[in-house]
Design a protein around this ligand. Structure first.
Ligand code: ATP
Ligand code: MG
Length: 195
């Protein structure tokens, strides 16, 4: 089995995430993609509570048979380091080949991640292209090891989605309809200085 782990804060999940996961599944012949919601990302502070972010991931992934919303980081205390997540994934799917998927921007500071070299022995590290970011400035040690997937560019970010909500603008077509309704229902991201 080939298992993709797509990590993010998903604050909120948007169509850029879904396209990145779908393209990765297709191009790497993955049997499943687990969307791993970061509980406490070490480098940033999410706006919405972890359980809300996870529920939005559930809503966004429920209709795609390849996609699963994972609690691999939510159910553990302490900060979410990728290397720990991969070790847990290895225990859960001992026979599987693991692929860790993120956008190209995530690798800018890969050298500062916890146990960077161990990451590459646990999983194939995959970077999907993202408008405005390239991997050419990455340390050659990592650049040689990261698999780059060129995908159609969707210039959308969670930051932009939050900004639009705070400014009273539409987020239609930037997030799945169910996620849009969830955000309205729970009145998330309305305060401007949270964006
Ligand atoms: P924020 O603006 O809050 O940082 P984000 O849109 O970058 O949100 P994250 O949850 O930080 O979303 O991203 C999770 C993963 O998805 C990251 O690896 C990121 O690079 C990738 N990603 C996010 N948006 C896109 C996109 N439009 N195209 C390709 N990859 C993306
Ligand atoms: Mg981001």
């Amino acid at each position: 089995m080939r298992v993709g782990l797509f990590g993010g804060s998903f604050d909120p999940i948007h169509v850029g995430h879904l396209l990145a996961a779908s393209e990765s599944a297709d191009r790497l012949a993955l049997d499943r993609v687990e969307f791993v919601t970061a509980a406490r990302p070490p480098h940033k502070r999410p706006v919405a509570p972890a359980e809300c972010r996870h529920e939005m991931v559930v809503l966004a992934t429920v209709s795609d048979p390849r996609f699963f919303a994972s609690r691999l980081e939510l159910d553990y205390a302490g900060p979410s380091f990728t290397v720990d997540t991969l070790r847990r994934a290895k225990k859960r799917w001992p026979e599987a080949e693991l692929f860790f998927i993120t956008g190209a921007d995530a690798y800018r500071d890969v050298a500062t991640w916890k146990e960077p070299e161990a990451l590459f022995s646990l999983a194939t590290m995959v970077a999907v292209s993202r408008p405005g970011y390239d991997l050419t400035r990455l340390d050659p040690f990592f650049r040689r090891r990261v698999v780059l997937l060129e995908i159609p560019g969707y210039e959308v970010s969670s930051t932009e989605v939050r900004r639009r909500i705070a400014a009273g603008h539409s987020i239609r077509y930037l997030v799945p309809r169910e996620v849009e309704v969830y955000i309205e229902k729970h009145r998330l991201y309305r305060v401007r200085d949270q964006a």
